[in-house]
Design a binder for this molecule. Structure first.
Ligand SMILES: [Zn+2]
Length: 312
């Protein structure tokens, strides 16, 4: 099986990857599989600091990823999306596309001297981490922000702009959880954290007609701009998107857009409107966290999928 050939593993290991972590609520909420406890979150940030990870802003990450690369090409977008638009479009599209790519274009796995030179100039993306928080929950300000400030870590908070100060009615775990009000968002910004758009109402973008889709994206982008942000990223609600939503985000003049999932980071040829994120789960032990940020989980996932083993 080609996927298990030594060349594939070698190419995989050599990829210069940057990991974007996706958090939601930082709270003691045993029934919410996406809520990380404050103790665990603190331990995770401590791990990053102790192990020489460099936590950078999403904007810095996008600037790094947009730099001229040794042999980058953007044809991979088509491979990701051809998978996305298939029958399982809402599942993580990243798995098989990485292998499909290598058989189509030899330039998709840049290795060798050119890569070494690029790394020398721009640093090793594998030690760089971006922190993001979806939904704009109130506990970001009360719980996550003080911990992040302790370590001096930047973060981006993705806000549902039309639902500020309301409860998270879109949540499948806790519809009573409060989101940050406009005043509190100003406080978040004053603390140095960045705001991004999570659309106006947290609608499933793939279900909207074209006019409503553009409205969701444009209204929300304008609200974030009004709060003083110049670099404005989007996080697709529920990670649901197809090519149509991806293109609508670019058309609405977002600077980048983030998807859910993604067990493998991306190099400099990345499509900035399909940035992959590692979902942080309540069930993750600190060991699991360490594996995630060190890339073990990606290997584990590939290994398990290659053998047809179900992974979480
Ligand atoms: Zn969300």
């Amino acid at each position: 099986m080609e996927i298990l050939s030594p060349r594939h593993w070698l190419d995989y290991a050599r990829r210069n990857r940057l990991r974007i972590l996706m958090y939601h609520s930082i709270a003691d909420a045993p029934n919410d599989r996406l809520a990380v406890t404050p103790e665990m979150f603190h331990a995770q940030m401590c791990y990053l600091a102790d192990n020489q990870f460099q936590v950078i802003s999403l904007q810095s990450a996008c600037e790094l990823l947009a730099l001229p690369t040794w042999k980058g090409n953007r044809t991979q977008t088509n491979h990701v999306l051809s998978k996305v638009e298939g029958t399982d479009k809402h599942r993580d599209p990243s798995f098989f596309s990485v292998f499909q790519r290598s058989s189509v274009s030899n330039t998709s796995f840049p290795i060798g001297i050119a890569q070494t030179e690029w790394l020398k100039a721009h640093g090793d993306l594998r030690k760089k981490i971006v922190l993001t928080f979806d939904d704009g929950y109130a506990d970001f300000l009360t719980t996550a922000a003080p911990i992040l400030k302790t370590y001096g870590f930047p973060a981006t908070l993705f806000v549902v702009t039309g639902r500020g100060g309301e409860t998270a009615r879109w949540s499948t775990a806790d519809k009573t959880r409060r989101t940050l009000s406009a005043d509190e968002l100003r406080e978040v910004k004053a603390l140095g954290f960045a705001l991004g758009s999570h659309t106006a109402t947290h609608a499933d973008l793939t279900t909207l007609d074209a006019t409503v889709l553009d409205h969701e994206l444009c209204e929300s982008r304008a609200a974030i701009a009004k709060m003083g942000e110049a670099f404005i990223p989007l996080a697709y609600p529920g990670g649901r998107f197809t090519r149509r939503e991806r293109d609508a985000a670019e058309r609405a003049e977002y600077d980048s857009a983030l998807i859910v999932g993604g067990r493998w980071g991306k190099g400099a040829e990345t499509d900035l409107f399909l940035l992959k994120r590692e979902p942080m789960l309540a069930s993750d032990s600190l060991d699991w966290f360490a594996r995630r940020v060190n890339g073990y989980y990606e290997f584990h996932y590939l290994w398990a999928r290659a053998r047809g083993i179900e992974t979480r």
